[in-house]
Design a binder for this molecule. Sequence first.
Ligand SMILES: NC(=O)c1ccc[n+]([C@@H]2O[C@H](COP(=O)([O-])OP(=O)(O)OC[C@H]3O[C@@H](n4cnc5c(N)ncnc54)[C@H](OP(=O)(O)O)[C@@H]3O)[C@@H](O)[C@H]2O)c1
Length: 221
Amino acid sequence: MKLTIFAATGGIGRQALEQAVSAGHDVTAVVRNPNKLSREVRIVAADLAAPDPAVLESAVAGADAVLSGLGQRLKSDAGIAADGTRSIVKAMKATGVRRIVVVSAAPLGTVPSPDRPTPPKSDPGDGFFMRNLFSPLIKAALKKLYADLALMEDVVHDSGLDWTIVRPPRLTDKPRTGRYRTAYGQNLRGGVFISRADVADLMLRVLKQPETIKQVIGIAY
Ligand SMILES: NC(=O)c1ccc[n+]([C@@H]2O[C@H](COP(=O)([O-])OP(=O)(O)OC[C@H]3O[C@@H](n4cnc5c(N)ncnc54)[C@H](OP(=O)(O)O)[C@@H]3O)[C@@H](O)[C@H]2O)c1
């Protein structure tokens, strides 16, 4: 496949890039700092905080799918998940590219957004402690980050594209196993960790699974 990977210098993005190249895909990596990439792939430099639409269009044109591991790395990246994804979606629509897979986070099922101002109070996949203790604590600590991801999810939902949103719990840098649980529209009971490599594994896997289109997918060990 011809794939365009946004944020290919990030934890998940780098894994997606490695796995996609190893699998023989034709990859374009869109990054804000090309010096951080060592792989010999087509590289497009773009800061998604202030992107040139023509550059993004050239990066996605002709792609079978777009993968994004975009997220806030620095304080100055606040709001980048929604804003950057909005620009990616715009470029895809302008060039007729339809398939997109993005990364959100496990607590997002219960975070309000403009499209979903009163989400369910708890995620059906969360157990007692996650529901009543950990999830409220994490959501309070990462309120701004999750507000950005909630807006990003709205952008993706409303895009009219063939989207999949992956919602991982706590990320680790452990190796890819290819063995993890997934669930549509909810988290996994007792699933607290997943490696960035396995999130990337799922992002590539869903490209061969049309049933994952317009689905939010929980993932965990
Ligand atoms: N940490 C966790 O446990 C956890 C759990 C669940 C979900 N998540 C979410 O998962 C997502 C990905 O996680 P990760 O660990 O792979 O993130 P990461 O390593 O911080 O990567 C973020 C990527 O976004 C890029 N980026 C940020 N601002 C940009 C901009 N203005 N223009 C272009 N690129 C930009 C970064 O580029 P640079 O390399 O140039 O900085 C980097 O490639 C994040 O949204 C995060 O919130 C995290």
